[in-house]
Design a protein around this ligand. Structure first.
Ligand SMILES: C[S@@+](CC[C@H](N)C(=O)[O-])C[C@H]1O[C@@H](n2cnc3c(N)ncnc32)[C@H](O)[C@@H]1O
Length: 219
């Protein structure tokens, strides 16, 4: 997998398997903050003292770690509970990256839990679990509900199993009322499936290109 420098100077990888980069070439961290952290209102949630985040597709961990940075920047005592799903954690390659994220060192400290096939990190008020496996299946094992969801697979064309109505229903069921799911895609099929699963759908910010991202709210 080739390392690529994106427009804002942050690195990402190009996946030969999917024929896509892990992030927008116009700016990986710009995309993380602009399409996930801000639309999901992580800082506002952190003010309440506790935030539960569901990160679908951990990838290089930018969304997950940026959420930890944002929450702690707002409230250093905030309790952060973050569950990520990921099919293939490329841990060795992540250690080559040095994105401008305060808590990216967490990557070095992840512990493998063979019983639950997960990687975990726990420290004071931060709890992170990355469940390894096909998200279509691992989502069914999740208990509890979330205040914010980052939906960040590869494109609907390349990664269709994570953009279906059936998968969105599984997510919807695990979200608290009033919570927001954010995703970079504004594809018609994605928005139709989100609506069919019960979400109220609206335009999210356009970052790096003209098309908007998508915000899906559980009313
Ligand atoms: C666009 S990248 C995610 C980028 C990531 N959110 C970040 O902040 O760095 C997509 C990720 O989805 C994962 N993936 C693809 N299909 C999957 C599936 N069915 N279940 C779980 N993970 C999957 C890939 O392995 C890849 O790491």
């Amino acid at each position: 997998m080739e390392k690529v420098e994106t427009g804002d100077g942050s690195p990402t990888f190009y996946s030969e398997k999917y024929g896509e980069t892990y992030h927008s070439k116009s700016g990986a961290l710009e995309e993380t903050f602009g399409k996930f952290i801000r639309p999901c209102r992580i800082k506002e949630l952190a003010k309440t003292g506790r935030v539960r985040i569901f990160d679908i597709c951990f990838g290089l961990g930018y969304n997950a770690i940026a959420a930890i940075d944002a929450a702690l920047e707002e409230n250093e005592n905030c309790e952060i509970y973050l569950v990520s799903l990921e099919k293939e954690l490329i841990l060795d390659r992540l250690k080559e990256l040095n994105p401008c994220l305060t808590h990216y060192h967490i990557i070095e400290k992840l512990q493998f839990d063979p019983i639950n096939n997960s990687y975990t990190y726990e420290e004071k008020n931060i709890y992170l679990r990355i469940k390894i496996g096909n998200a279509k299946e691992t989502i069914k094992t999740l208990k509890g509900s979330f205040d914010a969801v980052f939906l960040d697979p590869f494109s609907p064309k390349k990664n269709p199993e994570l953009w279906t109505e059936e998968f969105f229903r599984e997510i919807f069921r695990r979200m608290n009322k009033g919570s927001i799911l954010s995703t970079y895609s504004c594809a018609r099929i994605v928005r139709d499936n989100l609506r069919s699963a019960g979400f109220e759908v609206s335009d999210g910010p356009s970052i790096g290109r003209r098309a908007p991202s998508t915000i899906a709210k559980k009313l």
